[in-house]
Design a binder for this molecule. Structure first.
Ligand code: HEC
Length: 197
């Protein structure tokens, strides 16, 4: 009887010691570059697949998945005037209309000088006058953005040309993100105003 009690006490003590060790190990947080001790590995190693990796379970064996049909990313706004410049000119309202503060213009200037000046010139004066390396080699010189024609366009029309391109000019929708496109329009308005003085 006595030896039985002894044994059970021994088992209990061993159990307690094991528990203490486990709690000691798991309570130690990561120190510097030393990761935690992994007792149960379960989800420690993420099975995430990188975008360019081969994926056995994907329909096209590509790590990148095609978004489900009829879905759009959060915050995405479809452009409804893709084939309708007149509709864009008439219906798109510039949320920054008339704003010529430095904050607005600096954003516009950044995107204009990065994407447009190479052809239309830093002052928007157009290919021939801009004498840029690119426009010098183009058969159809990029037109001036200071013309009465562009000055007379509603802001939505300029927005449309940036989004969809025009004739031989390609679209710049992916270069000038939607949220900065109106600032580029305002910057062109600023260049036009300065030209008129
Ligand atoms: C690779 C040269 C090139 C770049 C870069 C370029 N454009 Fe153009 N752009 C042109 C050409 C060429 C035309 C005339 C196209 C046509 O009507 O066939 C044009 C036309 C335009 C027009 C219409 C002008 C008119 O009189 O019909 C606007 C507005 C315009 N571009 C704005 C921009 C803006 C803003 C950017 C920058 C986001 C830009 N362009 C970038 C070459 C360029």
């Amino acid at each position: 009887m006595r030896s039985l009690v002894n044994i059970s006490m021994g088992v209990a003590a061993a159990g307690l010691a094991a528990l203490a060790t486990v709690s000691l190990l798991t309570s130690c947080g990561p120190r510097g570059n030393n990761p935690n001790v992994e007792i149960i590995q379960d989800m420690m190693e993420s099975p995430a697949i990188k975008a360019q990796e081969y994926d056995e379970s994907s329909p096209h064996h590509s790590g990148m998945r095609v978004p489900p049909e009829h879905t759009v990313p959060v915050g995405f706004e479809a452009y409804r005037y893709a084939t309708d410049p007149e509709g864009a000119a008439k219906n798109l309202k510039n949320p920054y209309a008339g704003k010529m503060d430095p904050e607005t213009l600096l954003v516009g200037q950044k995107y204009f000088e990065t994407n447009c000046a190479v052809c239309h010139g830093f002052k928007g004066e157009g290919g021939e006058a801009a004498k840029s390396v690119v426009s010098g080699k183009m058969a159809l010189k990029p037109p001036s953005l200071l013309s009465d024609k562009v000055k007379g366009w509603p802001d939505g029309h300029v927005f449309h040309v940036i989004t969809m391109g025009q004739g031989v000019m390609g679209p710049y929708a992916s270069h000038v993100p939607q949220q900065y496109r109106w600032q580029v329009v305002n910057y062109i308005r600023f260049l036009e105003k300065r030209d008129g003085k």
